[in-house]
Ligand binder design. Structure first.
Ligand code: HEC
Length: 206
């Protein structure tokens, strides 16, 4: 690991040599904000107030129900493109109610129901955040952090997160990418209302 003192003194040296204007330094952020790595992110506050990305995913074999939220930055993504820097996804993983024999208890429609929040998984991206990942496990600039259901940081090995999300490079490493944009397109109004139409609609509403 690079010692922070060494990094600082190298930067000072580069500055002293007048290298700051050199093109190879252009991508270096001007602020000294540390770049977070896997396992280092804090649990976002109030994420349950974020837009829902996908809810009530029934994982019968795993005996889990999962809900996924995306922050506002993530909703700026356009179908076919990547999620912008600043995007955060939070996935809640719930255990499910079980029958006495340990199988999931199903309701009349064959669905499992939530028991306890067991894990909270976070993936987020920012400029240069993926740099610390091993080359064979690079997921663009996404980094991963796992929490227990009570909000404490989990002891999970985040290389498993990377390995499982890695094959989704053409979906920006996001599993429900296609379903999300399809759902969003279906929810969008077909044609924006003209001012006259809006007035007419408002008047008939009275
Ligand atoms: C065995 C494969 C696997 C592993 C390991 C894995 N994930 Fe995922 N992850 C998935 C799948 C599949 C989904 C989509 C939700 C679903 O259908 O279960 C997902 C979805 C997510 C999402 C929601 C965004 C999206 O891609 O849809 C986040 C956030 C996430 N995972 C974080 C993590 C973190 C953090 C870890 C490691 C602690 C991790 N994942 C490990 C398979 C995996």
């Amino acid at each position: 690991m690079k010692s922070p003192r060494l990094a600082v003194s190298l930067t000072a040296l580069a500055l002293a040599l007048g290298l700051s204007a050199c093109s190879s330094m252009e991508s270096t952020p001007s602020s000294a904000a540390p770049v977070p790595k896997d396992g280092e992110l804090a649990m976002p506050a109030n994420y349950t107030a974020w837009p829902v990305f996908m809810a009530g995913i029934q994982k019968k074999e795993a005996k889990q129900i999962r809900d996924i939220y995306v922050n506002k930055a993530g909703t700026q993504a356009k179908a076919g493109g990547p999620f912008p820097n600043g995007t955060e996804f939070v996935m809640e993983i719930y255990s499910v109610k079980l029958n006495a024999d340990g199988t999931p208890a199903l309701d009349a429609s064959g669905n499992m129901s939530k028991d306890k929040l067991s894990k909270v998984f976070l993936m987020a991206k920012g400029a240069g955040w993926g740099a610390s990942a091993p080359a064979e496990l690079k997921n663009g600039d996404w980094i991963y952090t796992a929490f227990e259901g009570n909000g404490t940081r989990g002891a999970a090995d985040q290389s498993s997160c990377r390995a499982c999300h890695l094959p989704l490079a053409d979906k920006d490493f996001v599993f429900h990418y296609d379903a999300y944009f399809k759902q969003r397109a279906a929810a969008a109004p077909l044609t924006p209302m003209s001012h006259t139409q809006a007035l007419a609609a408002a008047h008939t509403a009275y």
